[in-house]
Design a protein around this ligand. Structure first.
Ligand code: CTP
Ligand code: ZN
Length: 159
């Protein structure tokens, strides 16, 4: 049994995100819009610093009853590439996939350049950021060329 079993039981249905680098579970909750007051709809378990043979330490997120939306995989892939996304039904893992950095992010990652066309109040273009480096991750805006990298990317995820 993994260490987290001592803290949190298995869930009946929903989503379990495992192998999250320590500290990123809260980043995920925020980016998914699951922190209070919105997040009070679901039963959520956050395990910080669980033991992991692969990572040493890891975070785990369990969201009971949650139906993932299409953009969630993109959001989570940006925050924790390599983490495992599990869909649970009737106590069983029915889908397991490894999160990865999206090659292109449209409408999810915002460009930080205040004069970029994607930041205009009117007639603004939908943001389009292209992956230009994996480690550390970096994205470049196709409109103005602004490049963002590392942890600053997390603050640019649209709510
Ligand atoms: N899990 C859960 N509730 C369930 C089934 C699984 O909370 N009803 C959790 C497990 O505790 C684990 C994750 O979902 O954190 C993935 O489950 P499983 O694939 O059974 O575990 P592992 O084989 O250890 O996964 P991996 O190979 O991805 O490490
Ligand atoms: Zn831009």
């Amino acid at each position: 049994m993994e260490g987290e079993g001592l803290l949190v039981r298995k869930i009946r249905s929903g989503v379990v995100i495992d192998h999250i680098p320590p500290g990123r579970a809260f980043t995920m909750l925020k980016a998914l819009g699951l922190l209070p007051p919105r997040g009070y709809k679901w039963r959520i378990a956050v395990v910080i610093n669980a033991e992991s043979s692969k990572l040493g330490r890891k975070d785990i997120l369990k969201i009971e009853g949650y139906k993932p939306r299409r953009r969630d995989l993109e959001v989570l892939g940006i925050i924790a590439p390599g983490a495992t996304f599990n869909v649970i039904e009737d106590y069983r893992v029915v889908e397991k996939l490894r999160l990865k950095l999206p090659e292109v992010s449209q409408g999810v990652l915002r460009c930080p350049n205040p004069t970029c066309i994607t930041r205009k109040e009117r007639e603004k273009a939908v943001s389009k950021m292209v992956l230009v480096s994996h480690d550390p991750p970096a994205y470049r805006c196709v409109y103005c060329g602004t490049t963002v990298r590392g942890e600053e990317i997390h603050d640019l995820i649209s709510p």
